[in-house]
Ligand binder design. Structure first.
Ligand SMILES: [Zn+2]
Ligand SMILES: [Zn+2]
Length: 265
């Protein structure tokens, strides 16, 4: 499948409807994207010009990468120029894992598990704990004090497989550690880091150009998988929030409990 075939059957993009968003405030805490290899849950149409939410209309995934969710073919087509490269990365990422599995990769994997399976489990865990990871990012980066810090730092979150998860996705992984890394040091790590950071920058520029707020991100590390970016979008004025200094303890504790995060206590 070539990179254009995913939209070959789509009708040409319609003019984007500029609907006023009646839930601008509530939307601030939402997550905009969920790319595999760069994961996060999607609760609204991935087309930034569209405000349709999953609760209003069932969203359908991009047929190629299964990562981006759209309310319509028009929205998918409108977002394709932005999504195209990312979509390819998603597809490549899964293919690479499958190849490594086929070659018998077993370095550091939980017993009986393939890389593809571990990646899928991580995706489920991230989906469940998305708001927790976003809240940790907001507080760790002190975004209520200055949103621009999202440009300077990533929150590195290191997780490991929990054999005692009881088959519950919320308990698949344990947070071992979490700390800030500045963009320069993150880029200097090489490998998947520079292109992942470039991607966050692109998402942020797009979001800010659309006046949809800024984008912050977690760099999620789960050996032996490569680092994966989890972006959080539509972040606007967070100054009413009181910064929680205990964000790391809370992150570790709530992830451990398998509860869904609602707010910092
Ligand atoms: Zn849409
Ligand atoms: Zn896609």
């Amino acid at each position: 499948m070539n990179s254009d075939s995913a939209i070959s059957s789509l009708s040409p993009p319609l003019r984007p409807k500029s609907k006023k968003n009646p839930n601008a405030i509530a939307d601030d805490r939402e997550v905009i994207t969920r790319p595999a290899g760069q994961k996060s849950a999607s609760r609204k149409c991935a087309n930034l010009e569209c405000y349709v939410r999953a609760t209003e209309k069932p969203l359908k995934a991009c047929a190629r990468c299964k990562a981006m969710m759209y309310c319509s073919r028009e929205c998918q087509a409108a977002h394709w120029p932005t999504h195209k490269q990312w979509c390819q990365n998603n597809v490549d990422h899964v293919a690479e894992l499958a190849v490594a599995d086929a070659l018998g990769f077993d370095g550091g994997l939980p017993p009986g598990m393939t890389l593809v399976e571990l990646d899928q489990k991580l995706e489920k865990w991230v989906k469940f704990h998305n708001s927790l990871l976003m809240a940790a990012t907001i507080h760790a980066l002190s975004l209520p004090r200055d949103l621009k810090r999202a440009r300077q730092y990533l929150l590195r979150v290191k997780v490991s497989w929990r054999p005692d998860n009881g088959g519950v996705a919320a308990k698949f992984f344990r947070v071992d550690d979490a700390f800030l890394i500045d963009m320069e040091s993150a880029r200097a790590k090489g490998g998947v880091w520079p292109p992942s950071i470039d991607h966050v920058v692109k998402l942020r520029e797009e979001s800010e150009a659309m006046r949809r707020g800024t984008v912050a991100a977690v760099a999620l590390e789960c050996e032996p998988l490569a680092m994966q970016i989890v972006p959080f979008g539509s972040l606007r004025d967070l100054s009413p929030l009181r910064i929680q200094q205990q964000w790391k303890e809370t992150l570790i504790r709530i992830a451990e409990s398998g509860r869904r995060f609602t707010r910092f206590e």
